[in-house]
Design a protein around this ligand. Structure first.
Ligand code: HEC
Ligand code: HEC
Length: 115
């Protein structure tokens, strides 16, 4: 390999490893890559019909300053628990935020009133 080429290769590897984003405050989603976390977060946002800033200070995604992020973490634990302990029968679907929230932050907790 030429010296110039190996220098370019070295710099390329250096920059990708220096700027690769790493999650810094993960309590539940351990073992997921940054890209996998972002993909999951998109699914969560769609499930609730909200944008990232509902739960995050988008200048610092690691921060726990928003109340909704704390609630969401408990909801994520609940969903993981339900999928592991309840939806574990043959051909059971895996539930998501959307199962209950259906694209709304507030759920429909009561049946519609009879006319
Ligand atoms: C309903 C709340 C909610 C929404 C909406 C949401 N997130 Fe999150 N996000 C969380 C929670 C809770 C965690 C922490 C998960 C954990 O601790 O395992 C988290 C963690 C993250 C992290 C890891 C941060 C770190 O350094 O630890 C990133 C990055 C992230 N979210 C990006 C996004 C993006 C991008 C969006 C929008 C597409 C988004 N999130 C929408 C609740 C939310
Ligand atoms: C088994 C049903 C169920 C599932 C699944 C579920 N939630 Fe919830 N969630 C609720 C109910 C019920 C409420 C109370 C809603 C209300 O106040 O109308 C709620 C409330 C919330 C709130 C507070 C909303 C507010 O402002 O009052 C957040 C944030 C939230 N859920 C996030 C999530 C996330 C993120 C997921 C997926 C990881 C999720 N939920 C999955 C049932 C569920």
């Amino acid at each position: 390999m030429s010296k110039a080429l190996s220098t370019i290769l070295f710099l390329a590897i250096l920059t990708t490893s220096l700027f690769a984003e790493e999650p810094k405050n993960i309590k539940l989603l351990k073992g997921m890559s940054y890209d996998e976390i972002k993909l999951f977060m998109k699914q969560v946002s769609t499930g609730l019909g909200v944008k990232c800033q509902e739960c995050h200070n988008t200048k610092n995604f690691s921060s726990d300053e928003k109340e909704d992020k704390k609630i969401a973490l408990e909801m994520m634990k609940m969903v993981q628990g339900l999928n592991a302990n309840v939806f574990n029968y043959k051909d059971a679907p895996k539930i998501t935020c959307y199962t209950c929230h259906a694209g709304n932050k507030k759920t429909t907790n009561e049946p519609p009133k009879k006319q």
